[in-house]
Design a binder for this molecule. Structure first.
Ligand SMILES: O=P(O)(O)OP(=O)(O)OP(=O)(O)OC[C@H]1O[C@@H](n2cnc3c(O)ncnc32)[C@H](O)[C@@H]1O
Ligand SMILES: [Mg+2]
Length: 179
């Protein structure tokens, strides 16, 4: 099985590799345009970014599946503060499936800087004195003291998006491009 991932960020590639390990797939990382803002600000925009990455990664290769991962932020009714969210999309060229990963609250100071137009990766680096934390443990790792990390967190979204392609008896689910 050949899988194309729509990003060259090593944590995203690792998330796909570890989640699909059982299939011993060959994974190709392709840099594609997400088609959304560098810092998506809603579930809808984050999912669209994941979908675009999945479709474009598949279109750029001869893989069997394209997978896209996108990080974003959003506010939820009943949940204080600004949350970090992550979504995955998987496509075989006909059908596209989506799945979400964990959600966690960002510190208010980080939220304020994002409201001023900054991107999460650079803001986290600035706070921590690191370079490229988004390509390693990520906010998910730093804000949970390593109880999880960005690659594991993204991996859960990959499992949820890719799962419908390898389960049986799931064909009646309204899937494809419809809502
Ligand atoms: O090369 P790409 O695939 O674009 O990788 P990316 O790290 O930029 O990932 P996204 O575009 O999906 O994420 C949008 C923004 O949110 C940041 N981000 C998302 N999750 C993060 C995390 O766990 N830790 C730090 N930054 C994160 C990321 O660095 C971007 O600034
Ligand atoms: Mg990005």
């Amino acid at each position: 099985m050949n899988v194309a991932v729509g990003s060259t960020n090593p944590v995203k590639v690792e998330a796909v590799e570890r989640t699909l390990e059982r299939f011993q797939s060959s994974i190709t990382a392709v840099e594609v345009d997400s088609g959304v803002a560098e810092q998506p600000w809603s579930i809808g925009e984050t999912v669209t970014g994941a979908e675009n990455r999945a479709r474009r990664a598949l279109a750029a290769t001869d893989a069997d599946y394209g997978i896209g991962l996108e990080g974003g932020v959003a506010r939820f009714d009943g949940v204080p503060g600004l949350s970090l969210i992550m979504w995955a999309a998987a496509t075989d060229g006909n059908r596209i499936e989506r799945g979400g990963g964990p959600t966690l609250r960002l510190p208010d100071e980080v939220a304020r800087r994002l409201e001023d137009g900054a991107e999460l990766g650079p803001v986290m680096d600035d706070r921590l004195g690191t370079a490229g934390i988004a390509e390693r443990d990520g906010a998910a790792g730093v804000l949970t003291a390593g109880l999880t990390d960005r690659s594991r967190a993204l991996g859960e979204a990959v499992a949820c998006a890719f799962g419908p392609f390898v389960t049986t008896g799931n064909q009646a689910t309204e899937t494809s491009e419809s809502h």
